[in-house]
Each structure stands twice: as C-alpha cells, then as structure tokens.
Ligand binder design. Sequence first.
Ligand SMILES: Cc1cc2nc3c(=O)[nH]c(=O)nc-3n(C[C@H](O)[C@H](O)[C@H](O)COP(=O)(O)O)c2cc1C
Ligand SMILES: CC(C)CC(=O)C(=O)O
Length: 348
Amino acid sequence: MLTLSDVHDAAERRLDPVHYDFFAGGAGEERTVAANTEAFDRYRLVPRVLRGVGRRGLDVELLGQALSMPVLVSPTAFHRLAHPDGEVATARAAAAARTVMILSMAATRTVEDVAATGVRLWFQLFVQPDRAFTERLVRRAEKAGCGALVVTVDAPLFGRRDRDVRNGFDDLPAGLACENLREAPTGPPRPITWDPELTWADLAWVCGLTPLPVLVKGILHPDDAHLAVEHGAGGIIVSNHGGRQLDGATATLDALTDVVDAVAGRVPVLLDGGVRRGTDVVTALALGATAVGIGRPVVWGLAADGTAGVRHVLELLRGELDRAMALCGADRVAALGPDLVDIGRCHR
Ligand SMILES: Cc1cc2nc3c(=O)[nH]c(=O)nc-3n(C[C@H](O)[C@H](O)[C@H](O)COP(=O)(O)O)c2cc1C
Ligand SMILES: CC(C)CC(=O)C(=O)O
C-alpha cells in the first residue's frame, strides 16, 4: 500500500458494502465530497530552492500540546464497524504517531478506554437539547483527560446521505453502540439528537462550562469564524463534515484563506476534508492552517489492517509531507507561507 488510495482500495475489499457506503458516502449528489479533493487538484505550488533543507522538523504546537506533525485524526463515528477494537485500535496508532485523535461523540468505545492508550485525546460534541446531559458528557471527557473539546456546528439536523437511505442503513448492528451515550455502564445509550435551535449563545455556554479549549468544527464562512472567536472559541476547524451535511457547500480549501483572514491569528485555524497527500498538507498550511485533519483515510487504514493500517496511513502522510516540504525549500512548518501557492492561477 504505497498511497492512501491503495489503503482505500484494501479497505473497500474488506468492508461490508453497506458499511463501506456509510464511511465513503456524503450528502445528496456528493458534490461537496468531490469538491474537497478537486480543490487540492486545482492549487499549484511554487517551490523555493537552495534553502538548505537537510534537517527538517515537522513538529507543531497546538493548544499547548506537542504534535510530531501537523496532521491529526478528525472525529469519525462507529469505528467498530471497521475493526473489532474500534476507536481503541485507532488511538494506539495516533499515540504511536504522536498526534492528536479527536474522538467522535458517536464512538463505539468509551472515552476512558480510548484515553487509556495514552493518546493525546480531544472529545467531539454535538450539543444536545438536554443541556444537563451535555454537561455530564463534558465532565466525563474532562475526567478522562481530554485536552480539548470540539463542538461540531454544521449539523442543526442530519444531512441526508442517499447511499445510506438506499441501503436501509440507519442504525448500528446489534452488539455495537455509542458507548459514551450510556448514563450507566449497562444502561441503554441515549440517542443523538440534532438540535436546530442551537445559536451562538449555546457555543458561549459550552465555552463557559469548561476550562478546556473549545474548537468549533464546521466553519466555512469568514463571518462565522469571527463570531466563533467572539463567543469564546479557542480554535476553528474549517470543515464541511467531509461533504456529509450540506451538499453543494464550498470545498474547505477554497474557504480557508478568508477564514484565516477573519481570525487574524487570534486562535489556530485547522482544516479537514479531502486531504490525501503530503502536498495537500503543504498547501493548507501554506494558506494559513496550523494543522489538518483526516477522516476517511483513518477509517480505511483501520478497516485494512487495524492499528497497523492507521499507523501506515499516518506514516505515509508524514513521509510525503517531509518530502514535499524539502522540495518546497521549507525546513520547518513555520516556513510554509502563501508565497508558495500559485493563488492567481488556482481558480482557472
Ligand atoms: C464515516 C464518517 C463519520 C463521521 N462522523 C463524524 C462525527 O461523529 N462527528 C463529526 O464532527 N464529524 C464527523 N465526520 C466528519 C469528519 O470529522 C471530517 O470532517 C471529514 O471526514 C473530513 O473529510 P475527509 O473524510 O475527506 O478527510 C465523519 C465523517 C465520516 C466520513
Ligand atoms: C452518524 C453520526 C452520529 C456521525 C456523523 O456525524 C456522520 O456520520 O457524519
């Protein structure tokens, strides 16, 4: 498996086709799923030369945590559909790679079991109409040692994924559950409820609830990025949920520059969606992202070969990023700037 695309193919061969469709699919025509990767095809790099890049560092500091590279694991649901050990297998790989894993609220392993792997862990939250329940979840994540909360804001309701509707896939199979939604160890898990009434006041409420930094995931509009910071966000994740919510939403890479300008360095800006190559990481960082997240490639690694498969995905990207940085004349992440991107030509 020489590329992330090879890992995808291996996963597709191994997964139940209905579960493959759940992981691979997006909303509607999947225009935004396609747009995310197509955007990276459109941007071109303008490398610098003769810059002495024999010693290179990929490490970054993010919200007080040291990461060995600017690539982290975005939250994806239901890892036990891909591997019996589920999110614990994923976490072992992220721990070995010394990067952050964002655990989905819809994880099929408990946050305590995942944290026990020693991974740098953040917890993703959909704010629930039952605020007392939401607060209990936040306390549980804090107690388990999570270093940040990630509040996903692009889901006032659930995007319609046509593949899942056609396949009749609307629930986890017997024996699997969202383990962090049980109120008691053997009690039934509560269902996730989408809350279309959420407003910025609710974000401010979450930010006031916890000493942890709160990242807001699902921002595309620069005005929303500004509002998020005003309401207490400690970080922004430019994301369209991997094209699973609003079909037709802009590619995240196209949204990045305006968001970075609106945030004006007040908090870190991350991006996910369509990152499949080390050069994609270079492009996003050059345009102002502090780090990028990967969603589906992690699931493909997990399905293909458990922890080793996820590790392989992370190390493939690390190797590609290192090579791309050298070829761009950058010896460290901070050396990546917008001058390396041919912005004028990328929208032709
Ligand atoms: C199968 C799957 C499940 C996901 N589950 C969640 C989730 O529970 N919470 C969330 O905030 N985002 C979720 N996402 C969105 C990812 O966090 C991320 O934004 C997206 O996958 C990035 O795009 P990529 O898959 O092209 O890397 C999910 C994405 C996929 C593909
Ligand atoms: C199934 C959901 C709870 C997780 C999600 O956000 C997604 O599938 O995109």
